[in-house]
Design a protein around this ligand. Structure first.
Ligand SMILES: Cc1cc2nc3c(=O)[nH]c(=O)nc-3n(C[C@H](O)[C@H](O)[C@H](O)COP(=O)(O)OP(=O)(O)OC[C@H]3O[C@@H](n4cnc5c(N)ncnc54)[C@H](O)[C@@H]3O)c2cc1C
Ligand code: FES
Length: 290
């Protein structure tokens, strides 16, 4: 197993740098009506050679003249020369990115944050639970687990979306499911377009999975309410809090623990997270105002 993958790779532009590095858009792929995946490469060959990221880390993506947004890296960590960022086009920066295409240059700072607990997955069953665009930060850990399949026991992916048309990475979901390297269960809130799979919230899928609580590590990423409900569901199934991990979102500015924008209780989500063990945040996780 590569140490580079398990550690916390240094940001490409130094720990304290606010200066983005130019990156070229190689391809844009439409995932659904408001989400696109941008494949990027650093313009500088030297940076391409040295950049690495851990699954669950994020970059600050900069659109010149507009601003920056924190976006998870959604591609294969074994191929860090080409970086996917799956972006929901909701606001100022993300809508500006939406207008860009192959050949355009944007800025990147990163990788930032603490990613998924790869070491803790060793020898365990892994249940990955994603809601909507929450699958994006989880895709690198899926790639990582597929490459190191001997690292853990069973891998189950539970994924929920509003409609079948909202699913991300449809071809990969089908391939992963067909390969039987992991068990994939997808559910939708509304069954449109001839959908014959499960209907209902993603946590309902837990009824279809046998969870061996002591043997299982859970990793969750979705909207705030889903993170809460999912974490509580797993705790009720007696998965120890030390084996439940969630990725959180806060407003970001610096990305490296200086500005205080992303404060979450006594922690900074950019530096101490975005991935947290339930144990670390149990006292504040249920509080709406935090
Ligand atoms: C660690 C981390 C990783 C992230 N990874 C991703 C990622 O992989 N892909 C991605 O698309 N986003 C991701 N985000 C969220 C992204 O940073 C925010 O959505 C960001 O605000 C978008 O910037 P903007 O300038 O386009 O929107 P803003 O101008 O900041 O927001 C404009 C409006 O959109 C609304 N809005 C903002 N975010 C959302 C949202 N998520 N859903 C609905 N409405 C919203 C706001 O309430 C506001 O009214 C991540 C955030 C964090 C902290
Ligand atoms: S974004 Fe500045 S401290 Fe986290």
């Amino acid at each position: 197993m590569s140490a580079k993958m398990l550690g916390r790779p240094e940001p490409v532009c130094g720990m304290d740098s606010w200066v983005p590095v130019p990156a070229r858009i190689l391809a844009v792929r439409e995932e659904n009506f408001n989400t696109k995946t941008f494949t990027l490469e650093f313009c500088d060959e030297g940076i391409r050679d040295t950049y690495g990221f851990a699954p669950g880390q994020f970059n600050m993506v900069y659109v010149p003249g507009v601003g920056e947004a924190a976006i998870s890296i959604s591609s294969n960590p074994h191929q860090p020369r080409r970086l996917d960022h799956t972006i929901r086009l909701v606001g100022t920066v993300t809508r500006a990115i939406a207008r860009m295409g192959a050949g355009d240059v944007i800025g990147l700072r990163g990788p930032f944050g603490r990613g998924w607990p790869l070491e803790q997955l060793k020898g365990k069953d892994v249940v990955i639970l994603a809601g909507g665009i929450g699958l994006a930060p989880l895709r690198p850990v899926i790639y990582w687990l597929l490459q190191h399949r001997e690292h853990c026991r069973r891998v189950v992916l539970l994924y929920g979306c509003r409609t079948p048309e909202d699913r991300l990475y449809v071809e990969e979901l089908e391939r992963w499911s067909g390969d039987h390297a992991l068990d994939v269960l997808v559910t939708v809130d509304n069954a449109t377009g001839g959908w014959t799979g499960p209907v209902g919230v993603v946590t309902n899928l837990l009824r279809r999975v046998k969870v061996n609580a002591r043997q299982t590590v859970v990793i969750v990423c979705g909207p705030r309410i889903l993170n809460r409900v999912a974490a509580w569901n797993f705790l009720q199934l007696h998965v120890p809090p030390s084996q439940v991990y969630v990725s959180l979102e806060r407003n970001m500015n610096c990305g490296f623990g200086r500005c205080g924008h992303c404060q979450y209780g006594s922690k900074f989500v950019c530096r101490d997270g975005p991935v947290f063990c339930f144990d670390e945040i149990a006292d504040i996780f249920a509080k709406e105002e935090i």
